[in-house]
Design a protein around this ligand. Structure first.
Ligand SMILES: NC(=O)c1ccc[n+]([C@@H]2O[C@H](COP(=O)([O-])OP(=O)(O)OC[C@H]3O[C@@H](n4cnc5c(N)ncnc54)[C@H](OP(=O)(O)O)[C@@H]3O)[C@@H](O)[C@H]2O)c1
Length: 257
């Protein structure tokens, strides 16, 4: 086994939702470890800025816009990776949506469809396409960004929480059937993290006052504190790790004070 356990030189890594937040921090970290990162999200312009900044720091990045709720866009994304690089070593399924905040019984069915389409079907389709490409290349690693809400549903975030529980089960199901292809599949479960995604909570002083006492470390995470867990799971340091979840939540699931 290599002594450079976290070295990703020569690897091709796709990170979705990489124009900001946890995805951007992850793409920067993987590129810093030597991977050529393919970064995806809906807006090409935002991706181009991140790619340029990674290149300016000495890394390699390719930006390809793709809407995770559109099957044709995901097939195009994976087709581009296959055509340009001929392989894929790492997939970080990270882009997700959380369009509804309110009582579960009032959830609009359009919101249900959108959440399941992006958060479950998008992860599933990319996992299916990626695992086959990884198999051709002799193996690979998939890391799904789920959430603590997949274990303990967030208040007023019912359908989102349900989608994240599905991502945890998806992780186990793909790990089981793709293990023989040398494709490892794991999940990271972030707790409250300071991003645009969580701004409805993090920018609301009242709500935050109620949440922070439930986190033993007493604060939310920064995106750069979630990325190292992803690096571990997609690196050779985790060569015998598949079908597991790694919680990075400041102790939230352990129980509040
Ligand atoms: N922040 C938290 O507290 C927290 C906690 C637990 C889990 N998570 C999970 O962490 C992951 C990243 O969230 P984040 O907090 O980093 O959010 P963020 O900063 O808002 O970033 C979300 C990223 O996903 C992209 N995206 C959104 N919808 C998309 C779609 N339909 N198709 C393609 N790309 C899309 C966004 O770019 P465009 O808008 O340009 O497409 C952006 O790059 C998500 O899976 C989320 O569920 C977050």
């Amino acid at each position: 086994m290599s002594t450079k356990l976290f070295d990703l030189s020569g690897r091709i890594a796709l990170v979705t939702g990489a124009s900001r937040g946890i995805g951007e921090a992850t793409a920067r970290l993987l590129a810093g470890q030597g991977a050529h990162v393919v970064i995806a999200s809906r807006k090409q312009e935002e991706l181009d800025k991140v790619a340029a900044s990674i290149a300016a720091a000495g890394g390699q990045a390719t930006a390809i816009a793709a809407h995770q709720g559109e099957s044709a866009a995901l097939k195009h994304l994976m087709g581009e990776i296959s055509a340009r690089f001929g392989r894929l070593d790492i997939l970080v399924n990270n882009a997700a949506t959380n369009p509804y905040f309110g009582h579960i019984a009032d959830t609009d069915m359009g919101m249900v469809d959108k959440t399941l389409q992006v958060n479950i079907k998008g992860y599933f389709e990319l996992s299916a396409l990626a695992s086959k490409l990884m198999k051709q290349g002799g193996g690979g690693a998939i890391v799904n960004i789920a959430s603590i809400n997949g274990v303990k549903p967030g208040t007023m975030q019912g359908i989102y929480s349900i989608s994240k529980a599905a991502v945890i089960n998806m992780t186990l199901a793909f790990a089981k059937e793709c293990g023989p292809w040398k494709v490892r599949v794991n999940a990271v479960l972030p707790g409250l993290t300071d991003t645009k995604f969580a701004s409805a909570l993090t920018k609301n002083e009242q709500l935050l006052k109620g949440v922070l006492p439930q986190i033993p470390l007493g604060r939310m995470a920064q995106p750069a504190e979630i990325a190292p867990a992803v690096l571990y799971l997609c690196s050779d340091a985790a060569s015998y790790v598949t079908g597991t979840t790694l919680t990075v939540d400041g102790g939230f699931l352990a129980g509040g004070i």
